[in-house]
Design a protein around this ligand. Structure first.
Ligand SMILES: NC(=O)c1ccc[n+]([C@@H]2O[C@H](COP(=O)([O-])OP(=O)(O)OC[C@H]3O[C@@H](n4cnc5c(N)ncnc54)[C@H](OP(=O)(O)O)[C@@H]3O)[C@@H](O)[C@H]2O)c1
Length: 237
């Protein structure tokens, strides 16, 4: 079996996920680009192939138990392992009208739908993939969080999104504690404010800057910190 590391990126048909696939493939990871929509996913794969980067593809909706289970069976059968899992898929469903995005007014279903992707999606993926990492005594898990979920700097508005990213950071801590001793590192990152469909055109960073810390964490040697929150390769609260 080759020494090439297998990396899975969720929500990778556009934005930060797609850029991360590009950079990891460039670093000779065997990357599985995943998308919940085959048309969008295959279009992204095509574009990478035209630029000389070979990546694999599989459908994956992190909000669906069935889809996660099909995807895991594919990974087991094709690679027998997953070395790097990037929980990048995310939604920002809050209204941009501060009144409606307030925790006093937000529709509870909007919080549920946000949690289903941003938090339960990462948990579903971890439950599916971490057993393979434990078997191989190797794993790097990177959760795309946000400073909007930082308890030390919490603010009003965007209630559903903020709650989901705070919870995702808790997932990082819990999972890091439970995988200690297996050479598995689980960390959260904040990519900064990045020009994507989610970040919008006024964001201050491009996607390349946004994924730099994730690329760095994907390549960490053994005995590096786990359960931390990083931005620009620096630990944050
Ligand atoms: N951009 C920023 O400024 C910023 C800042 C802080 C944190 N982040 C975080 O970084 C991550 C990526 O953000 P982005 O800016 O690249 O967002 P984006 O451009 O909106 O892309 C989000 C990706 O997630 C996918 N996705 C949504 N629900 C999914 C599901 N159920 N299953 C699988 N994929 C799903 C989307 O697929 P479709 O195309 O099918 O919708 C899309 O590929 C997110 O977790 C976000 O919260 C972004």
């Amino acid at each position: 079996m080759s020494n090439q590391k297998i990396a899975v990126v969720t929500g990778a048909n556009r934005g930060l996920g797609l850029e991360l696939v590009r950079q990891l493939a460039d670093l000779n990871f065997k990357v599985v680009l995943t998308s919940r929509d085959d048309t969008k996913g295959l279009k992204a794969v095509d574009e990478l192939h035209r630029n000389g980067l070979k990546v694999d593809y599989h459908n994956l909706d992190v909000a669906s138990d069935k889809s996660v289970s099909k995807f895991t069976a594919f990974c087991r059968q094709k690679y027998g392992r997953v070395d790097v899992l990037v929980n990048n898929a995310g939604v920002l469903l809050d209204s941009f009208d501060p009144q409606n995005a307030s925790i006093l007014n937000v529709d509870i279903n909007r919080i549920r739908d946000t949690m289903d992707v941003n938090v339960y999606g990462a948990i579903r993926m971890s439950q599916a993939i971490v057993p393979m990492m434990i078997e191989h005594n190797y794993g790097r898990i990177i959760n795309f969080s946000s400073e909007m979920g930082q308890l030390s700097d919490m603010n009003g508005s965007f209630a559903a999104y903020r709650l989901s990213k705070t919870a995702l950071n808790a997932v990082t801590r819990i999972l890091a504690a439970e995988t200690e001793g297996y050479n598995i590192q689980v960390n959260s990152i904040c990519p900064g404010w990045v020009k994507t469909d989610m970040g919008g055109p006024n964001a201050t960073r491009d996607v390349s800057e946004g994924v730099a810390t994730a690329v760095w964490l994907a390549q960490q040697p053994e005995n590096r910190p786990s359960g931390r929150f990083y931005r620009d390769r620096q630990e944050i609260d």
